[in-house]
Design a protein around this ligand. Structure first.
Ligand code: F0G
Length: 448
């Protein structure tokens, strides 16, 4: 059930088909190059794109911009303690800043890091320390049709095999990403978190939780893990996060804010190391690259994120979009995750080989047909891997409603009607770093 009403609105409009065609061409068939005013329903990401509550806006105005000892930092510290159960907080400008601070403190060259699935920036920060990021997803994560409840889980079997191979001394850090963004936003059970905690103890590793979408994860746990059916989302979140030695967090997701992130820990040594590194890369530890007003808005957002009514509505929204797309005949990854619906582009365009980027072709058609912006997470974004050809439609929090989703479903219908005539794409210009090419590369249709 919807749990809020709008008191501030932003005008949107659908540009004409001719305009969209031209905009797409000028953007080099890369929707990262589109102006946001040319997008009708923007599902590029759920990161920092949501709508803040009136309480957050009120807090924002009272943000304390002191360089040191800001009371807005105190508000964040007490929110992290209450909601997540950690007493030390090192703020950062966003999640990847927190990753740089934490992984730079914990890792050395030659180390191996195990993660259910590394998010792109996590992988890059681990690699940047000279360490080797290794994914340990469960088998079902690869299957878009398996109804398994916790397809985001960390595979202990895979992790044990890696440790056996490289030796436990080389694995100082084990990470669990909840929900598992790179595995279609699938949740992780508390039971799995408990097992990873025990595994980390067994091999003497630090256990880190990437908590970006911790509240959405807790809501799934309540629905799907029998022991937690009667617990509140807030209780589940606190328990699950409590198994970790440290958290990395992007405030742009379940912090319900437009900016910010942090490392949180109860470990004095990790805290000291992170604090020093944060001064170098982010800022003094009571602001860490954030404005005081953003600290204040994040402190309020964290508390709102674990309200049962908010997060239940959030999951319902994603499911509604998924259901409407399935009704339109669009093949999707099931079950839907916590923040996004993932479309199976390979099934939409079986005629397009991976070299012609079927996912990117689908992204372009969604814009061309309905001004809808999603993101490709297949052969274009991850060159050289055998990832499935997925397109993510991520929902900004508290921002869109049923009519927007109906428009997205109608757009999907229009794309499916012309699926056989859609051509693939080839890269025209690309940046030096292949891992980052989907942000800025320009493409061209392959004319047959
Ligand atoms: N970890 C996970 C699981 C993420 O999904 C993200 C960001 C980050 C870390 C980094 O956080 O953006 O604040 O620096 N995900 C966004 C996305 C960008 O669209 O999925 P950040």
């Amino acid at each position: 059930m919807v749990t809020y009403k709008a008191r501030m609105v932003e005008r949107i409009s659908l540009p004409s088909r001719e305009y969209r065609e031209r905009a797409l061409e000028q953007a080099g068939y890369n929707v990262f190059n589109l102006a946001s005013e040319d997008v009708f329903v923007d599902l590029l990401t759920d990161s920092g794109t949501g709508t803040m509550s009136e309480a957050q806006w009120a807090a924002l105005v009272r943000g304390d911009e002191a360089y040191a000892g800001s009371s807005s930092f105190d508000a964040l510290e007490s929110a992290v303690a209450d909601v997540m159960g950690f007493s030390h907080v090192v703020p950062a400008h966003q999640g990847r800043g927190a990753e740089n601070v934490l992984y730079g403190s914990l890792l050395e060259e030659g180390d191996v890091v195990l993660n259910n699935t590394h998010f792109d920036t996590t992988r890059a920060h681990v690699a940047n320390q000279g360490a080797d990021p290794v994914d340990c997803p469960v088998e079902e994560a690869r299957d878009p049709d398996s109804p398994a409840p916790f397809k985001g889980d960390f595979s202990l079997e895979r992790a044990r095999a890696v440790v056996e191979e490289v030796g436990r001394e080389r694995v100082p850090v084990v990470v669990q990403t909840i929900t598992n963004n790179s595995a279609a936003g699938q949740p992780v059970s508390v039971e799995n978190t408990r097992q990873v905690r025990a595994f980390a103890d067994e091999i003497g590793a630090t256990f880190v939780i990437d908590a970006c979408r911790f509240a959405e994860n807790a809501a799934f746990v309540r629905e799907r893990e029998a022991d937690y059916a009667d617990a509140s989302v807030a209780e589940i979140a606190r328990e699950q996060l409590g198994y970790a030695d440290a958290l990395v967090m992007s405030g742009k997701k379940d912090g319900l804010a437009n900016a910010g992130g942090f490392v949180a820990t109860n470990d004095d040594l990790i805290y000291e190391q992170c604090k020093q590194r944060a001064i170098l890369y982010e800022g003094f530890p009571t602001y860490g690259g954030m404005a005081g007003r953003d600290l204040a808005a994040l402190a309020v957002g964290l508390r709102e994120a674990v309200e049962d009514a908010y997060v239940e509505d959030r999951l319902e929204q994603v499911r509604l979009l998924g259901d409407l797309l399935v009704d339109a005949g669009m093949p999707i990854y099931e079950p839907t995750g916590g923040h996004a619906v993932y479309l199976d582009a390979e099934a939409v365009f079986p005629q397009l080989p991976a070299e012609q980027f079927p996912g990117q072709a689908l992204v372009c058609e969604l814009y061309r047909e309905g001004g809808v912006r999603g993101v490709e997470l297949g052969s274009f974004a991850f060159p050289g891997t055998d990832r499935p050809e997925l397109v993510r439609l991520a929902l900004p929090r508290r921002t869109y409603g049923r009519e927007h989703f109906e428009h997205v479903a109608d757009t999907a219908t229009a794309v499916l009607e012309k699926r056989e005539t859609v051509s693939g794409l080839r890269i025209e210009t690309e940046p030096e770093i292949p891992e980052l090419r989907h942000f800025t590369a320009e493409l061209e249709p392959v004319r047959s």
